[in-house]
Write a protein that binds this ligand. Sequence first.
Ligand SMILES: *Cc1c(COP(=O)(O)O)cnc(C)c1O
Length: 447
Amino acid sequence: MYSKTPLAQERHLVTAIPGPKSQEALARRAAATSGGLGLTFPVVIERAQGAILQDIDGNSLIDFGSGIGVNNVGNTNDRVVKRVIDQVQSMTHTCFTVAPYMGYIEVCELLNELMPGTHAKKSLLVNSGAEAVENAVKIARHFTKRPAIVVFEHAYHGRTNLTMSLTAKNMPYKDGFGPFAGEVFRMPMPYPYRAITNAATLAEDSFEEISHRIEKEIGVHNVAAILIEPIQGEGGFIVPPKGFLPALADFSKKHGIVFIADEVQSGFCRTGDWFAVNDENVIPDMVVTAKGIAGGLPLAGVTGRADIMDSVHVAGLGGTYGGNPVACAAALGAIESMKEDKLNDRARHIGQVLGDKLRELQGKYPIIGDVRGRGAMQAIELVKAGTKEPNTQAMQDVIKYCTSKGVLILTAGTYVNVIRFLPPLIISDALLKDALDVLEEAFASLK
Ligand SMILES: *Cc1c(COP(=O)(O)O)cnc(C)c1O
């Protein structure tokens, strides 16, 4: 045991939320930190372990967001903590492109092995999801010698200038932050719940429109990459209909376009597979990873076909901190936990329990318009009963109730009406049930 005394995996409140110490600390937060930073859960955290967060007032809270899909292996996972302590005592930084070290190489070997496809693969490590997306686009443009990037409605790819440009939603991500990067073309995303065409032909119809627009409005020979989240994250856990991703991948292959899967949120056992593209056996040319990769430490990866990844001249890629040895040690511990603790199986089990409960609630509460997702990446979309009109108020009321009872739950969605569930994959059945009981009370409390 490398962490301090174990934190009991139980919800336990000793004050109202937020407690007095948190209130005082949040006043200091407001005074000292940029007003541009959001705040989901109004308490200040002191410790965390597994699926429990403990705040400075001593409340034990259930983490149903995993720090936005990061702590798949749980907070302060033993295998991660052990490797991080060993690493930080032996070497903290050299810069991999100055003097290499084994951790970086080992993480890349694992990424190459885990990515779909039996072809030769190579990887690059950076610090954040946005930086990884930027590098994937940069490499795809260099490889194809083409400028255009195709992205989708409801997409989220990050907050840097290029990734903001790739992201769909104006508020809060883009408003007033332009001018944006050029050569970015946005296509319709098949959104089964809100589709106006026939559900049975949605995948085909969407693909037909997109391929037509790429051919007529951009020209296939100008397209470097098609970039897509196999299940959209911030956009509201939109799962494209079966057949859509394979059709895009085939189209890309046929036209020499680099097909990039942004698995930053959907990867690393979240959906019950190593990556969400595994579900339909789609083999992307490049996969971008971050969030769940390193058990909470900042790390991200770009993994792709060796010929694409090697097409860049020496020293064309890099960065001071990318693939920091401590973050790599954490990733090795996290991936070990995913394998040894069989977290794909856990994600499927959580998906079953969660999905059953959410569908049961949908039967009782007509404001739950849609239940969707895969494995431990599920969401509900709230509407005004009997319509598909977004119900932001109900979403806020449910979150407020859950917060007051010590359950941290995240929201999402273009229409600000989606509640998304991203529990750590190591969460116990008892804690999962407790959180879902609170969710049920929240719906019962709505007027
Ligand atoms: C969070 C996210 C990103 C950006 O990652 P950061 O580490 O926050 O830069 C990119 N793509 C997807 C799908 C994400 O969910």
